[in-house]
Unconditional design. Structure first.
Length: 139
């Protein structure tokens, strides 16, 4: 069966749906609906996530951990570029902590400015790269 290619606008909408599911605190089973079974995720660097390339089993642990350490989170897409199956996003993320992290107390907020590079196939993410810059102050 040949792969179905989504229109570029659909890939951007799928990326937005993925971030909204994360924002709404979706568990791994819900988030897994966005992933190809052989997804590759590269995150560079995130202090509370291990560096490298987690596969779907690592994503399961990350989703469970995030539900324990975050009380809420929000994503603001500042810019988006779509080319075929690829979507590049500039995102501002704010998370409220359930537990202390470094010098931020429980209940405090973490702000992150990051670029996210997504590649889709058959409406599923099969590659995600994230480049992060932690922000010590407001955006």
């Amino acid at each position: 069966m040949p792969a179905t290619r989504l229109p570029a606008a659909s890939n951007l909408e799928r990326a937005r749906q993925y971030l909204k599911a994360n924002e709404n605190g979706a568990g791994f089973n819900t988030l897994a609906e966005f992933f190809s079974p052989d997804i590759v995720v590269e995150c560079f660097p995130i202090g509370w996530l291990p560096m490298g390339t987690p596969q779907s089993s690592g994503l399961h642990m990350s989703a469970e951990r995030d539900q324990k350490i975050m009380t809420s989170q929000s994503y603001e897409i500042r810019n988006a570029i779509v080319e075929g199956d690829s979507v590049a996003l500039e995102v501002y993320w704010t998370g409220s902590l359930a537990v202390a992290f470094e010098n931020i107390p429980a209940g405090g907020q973490v702000r992150v400015h990051f670029a996210m590079f997504l590649t889709f196939g058959m409406a599923r993410l099969f590659r995600s790269g994230i480049m992060v810059a932690l922000s010590p102050s407001s955006f």
